[in-house]
Design a protein around this ligand. Structure first.
Ligand SMILES: [Fe+2]
Length: 382
């Protein structure tokens, strides 16, 4: 009896000695936001402020925010205007920067297409956001970077450059692809070798367009698509496929993006694409389905169902009666302004999405209170 009692005490001591270490090794929360451009000095300040205030109140244990692009509207003709907008964005985010629970640098950013409209913009962005690691590819230092945090690896890739060529002329010709796939692959493999248990990749554009950017995103199929696809379009599709293969083969947990002003998540070849696409940018509609066949207008950049069909075919999407017109059968989305929290634990990442719906007949004004809109989990693969 006495031996059993000592054995019991011994087991309790072992349990307490081991368990807290395991939990401490990986147990933290980060948040994902994107696309806050709008009409208040380039920022949708009312929506962005409401979301960050909610985050600070209801998710005060958040360690940092990832923010992949389109912070501001930007300006094609004036880098000074873009600079003022970025300063206003930083001022709007002051409650985050002033929060003592968050860890340096509190917000990790990358550029979106709206921050890269002028030849001076890349330099400006690097100047405004200097708190990043300078470990990216030589010509993307300060834009593309990666780091480990508590056995979790984070990579910020660049999907939008002013111009990938040496010349300043003809900028904006080379958007919609990830230039340094070898760097990304090597970065992920060395992260695995260091013992990271989860890998997250952040970039601005969707790899699998969900609505509004069916014609671009990383597949970049362009306007007026006819089948079979031509060699230029094929090149972009192959680049997108190679990018996703790298994520899939390295067992990346999720690709977190924006660009499409919607919330959605879906898994493709074992990797989640989480689109956290509007913290204020005008909301889009999802890819039209066969139920939408009578609708003619889906906004400035969106197709009707008939126009979209060649794109669905080229992208290998599930479309037709009962289908969502998306890349995966497990697609789930909400037309809402959101922020996403990702709670990393030893075996699962628990994801909660908070947000609000737009006011009737508006794509940029809040029309409901901020509430929990989605909850799901992703199992550890490494
Ligand atoms: Fe964008």
């Amino acid at each position: 009896m006495k031996n059993k009692f000592f054995l019991f005490i011994f087991l309790i001591v072992i349990m307490f000695a081991i368990k807290p270490c395991n939990i401490k090794a990986q147990n933290f929360k980060f948040a994902a936001m994107s696309d806050s451009r709008g009409d208040y000095e380039g920022v949708n300040q009312p929506v962005l402020s409401a979301l960050i205030n909610h985050l600070l109140k209801k998710n005060s244990d958040t360690k940092f925010i990832v923010f992949p692009g389109d912070l501001v509207s930007g300006n094609k003709y004036s880098a000074d205007t873009t600079e003022k907008q970025l300063n206003y964005w930083q001022k709007t985010m002051a409650p985050i920067y002033n929060d003592s629970n968050m860890v340096w640098p509190k917000i990790w950013v990358s550029v979106g297409n709206h921050e890269i409209q002028n030849s001076k913009d890349e330099g400006l962005f690097k100047e405004e956001f200097q708190n990043v690691f300078m470990n990216g590819p030589e010509d993307e230092k300060g834009l593309t970077y990666s780091f480990d945090y508590d056995k979790v690896h984070f990579v910020f890739i660049t999907t939008n450059r002013w111009n990938y060529s040496e010349s300043d002329e003809g900028g904006n010709n080379d958007w919609h692809y990830v230039k340094h796939l070898d760097w990304l692959n090597n970065d992920l493999q060395s992260a695995i070798q260091r013992g990271n248990k989860y890998l997250f990749v952040m970039g601005h554009e969707t790899a699998f367009p969900i609505g509004g950017h069916l014609k671009d995103g990383l597949p970049n199929l362009g306007n007026h698509l006819t089948l079979p696809i031509d060699s230029t379009r094929k090149w972009y599709l192959i680049q997108r496929d190679m990018f996703w293969k790298i994520l899939s083969e390295n067992k990346v947990t999720a690709y977190i993006c924006g660009h499409e002003h919607l919330y959605a998540r879906e898994s493709i070849n074992g990797v989640y694409q989480i689109t956290s696409g509007s913290c204020g940018a005008p909301l889009y509609y999802f890819n039209p389905t066969s139920n939408d066949v009578k609708k003619k207008s889906f906004g400035w950049s969106e197709f009707n169902y008939q126009e979209a069909i060649p794109y669905y075919k080229a992208l290998n999407y599930f479309y037709g009666p009962g289908e969502d017109s998306q890349a995966s059968k497990d697609f789930f989305g909400k037309r809402a302004f959101v922020y996403v929290t990702l709670n990393v634990t030893p075996d699962f990442v628990y994801i909660n999405t908070y947000g609000c719906y737009p006011k009737a007949n508006s794509d940029r004004i809040m029309g409901s209170k901020i509430q929990l809109l989605d909850t799901f989990k992703i199992k550890r693969k490494l």
